[in-house]
Design a protein around this ligand. Structure first.
Ligand code: HAM
Length: 419
């Protein structure tokens, strides 16, 4: 036998015993998005690397350290998406989605790839539910967007999640703040990690997001952007808060949130759970006005968030919240002999076509083994089909949940009898 092959490190199989939870969660997500008028978008799993280096920013950890980048056979640099926003912005511009009535409201359920050190809640392949909205600058759009994950938590009865809110200002107020930050870190240069030394020149705000323990410690005393935002940004932030209040969504102002990606401005937010250990942010997002220009388009305001599906499911599990979407068959047909098998094949085709869930034996199992199998897969009804039943034209519909057995004419058996 050849050597066994395992999945790449940090990438998990979603096995049948778990996939029902995923489907159930996705169904609730699709329902909430639909109610708020968001439509699904599906973009390629890979993009030209530039989409991320320009969109997300090349001084971010995501772009500078964590991307799966390779050259394709045509010599182009291609990257597995580390997040969803940049690709959606690229698609929004490329496909002229801005011609649709504004605001354009999109959501996605996607796999993302980051070369990080795997640990609980941190994977190399993970999944995001994300939402992006283009065209609206009104603070009410920020609050509306934030209400989606809030509604998802409420609907599934999740507790222990806090909404952290901050404003990181606009391009103009950030320029001044950046100088203050640079001045603050300048005389602590020798304690910064090598990546942050380059960041000091290019983009000092990124130092506040560094994972290095030393940089984190230095960042604790750094000046806060919230103390340096302009009056327009402060007004916007005030209004976001009052809309959240009106929507009954509790939040905490957290002036330390800067987010790990470069495209943000004004409102940024994170939903943080007490159940996730070190990787406690289950959902993060914010406003990204100006990003469409970064990617070569006209200027459209944008705002969005993404939620880590694995982290969300971990949180549900630790709170004992079950989500099930397991389909059990309505009927198991146990055929005995060749003529019965032919009839069973016809019945499966007919009844599944009419909407019932029906399975039968495909392995030539004994009757005893078939009954065991039917009970293991949770079939709700069973019929045994042998020469006797074929001759008499009658079958006994056995209710596996203890109900009365019913005698039915074989020709009259229909989907409604078993559903
Ligand atoms: P992000 O904060 O990088 O934002 O990721 C969003 C969420 O994805 C995180 O809060 C976390 O739950 C999950 N996540 C991130 N990395 C991993 C990982 N390695 N393993 C497991 N889960 C992970 C974004 O990606 C932005 N695109 C969000 C956004 C959309 N902002 C505006 N629009």
């Amino acid at each position: 036998m050849s050597e066994k092959i395992s999945a790449p490190k940090g990438m998990l199989d979603i096995l049948p015993e778990n996939s029902g939870k995923w489907t159930a969660l996705e169904n609730v997500i699709r329902d909430i998005c639909g109610r708020h008028g968001f439509e699904e978008i599906r973009t390629p799993v890979v993009e030209h690397t530039e989409v991320f280096s320009r969109g997300v920013g090349d001084t971010t950890d995501v772009v500078s350290k964590e991307m799966y980048t390779f050259e394709d056979k045509g010599g182009r640099s291609i990257t597995l998406r580390p997040e969803g926003t940049a690709g959606v912005v690229r698609s929004f511009l490329e496909n002229g989605l801005f011609n649709a009535p504004m605001p354009v409201k999109l959501f996605y359920l996607i796999g993302c790839y980051r070369y990080e050190k795997p640990q609980k809640g941190r994977l190399r392949e993970f999944h995001q539910f994300g939402v992006e909205m283009f065209g609206a600058t009104d603070p009410m759009s920020d609050a509306t967007l934030i209400s989606l994950p809030h509604q998802l938590f409420e609907r599934l009865g999740v507790s222990g999640v806090t909404l952290h809110l901050n404003s990181i200002g606009c391009r103009s107020c950030r320029a001044e703040y950046r100088n203050k930050l640079r001045a603050y870190f300048e005389d602590k240069k020798d304690k910064l990690c090598p990546t942050c030394l380059t960041r000091l020149e290019k983009n000092p705000m990124r130092i506040l997001d560094c994972k290095d323990a030393g940089c984190k410690e230095l960042g604790k005393e750094a000046p806060l952007i919230l103390d340096h935002i302009c009056s327009d940004c402060a007004d916007h932030f005030e209004k976001v808060q009052s809309y959240l209040g009106a929507m009954n969504i509790p939040f905490e102002i957290d002036a330390r949130i800067v987010r790990g990606l470069d495209y943000y401005n004004r409102t940024v937010f994170e939903f943080v759970s007490t159940d996730l250990g070190a990787q406690s942010t289950v959902c993060g997002g914010g406003r990204y006005d100006g990003m469409t220009e970064q990617l070569g388009g006209e200027d459209f305001p944008g705002i969005g968030f993404a939620m880590g599906m694995e982290r969300f499911l971990l949180m549900l599990e630790s709170q004992g919240i079950t989500l099930e979407d397991k389909k059990v068959p309505d009927l198991y047909i146990a055929p005995m002999g060749e003529a019965a098998k032919v009839k069973a094949a016809a019945l499966v085709a007919e009844l599944t076509g009419a909407g019932a869930g029906v399975v039968t034996d495909l392995m030539g199992k004994s009757l005893k083994a078939q009954m065991k199998y039917a009970s293991k897969i949770g079939a709700r009804h069973v019929i045994v089909l042998g020469d006797g039943e074929l001759e008499s034209g009658k079958i006994t519909l056995k209710d596996m949940n203890g109900g009365e057995p019913k005698e039915i004419a074989l020709d009259a058996l229909c989907a409604a009898d078993v559903q």
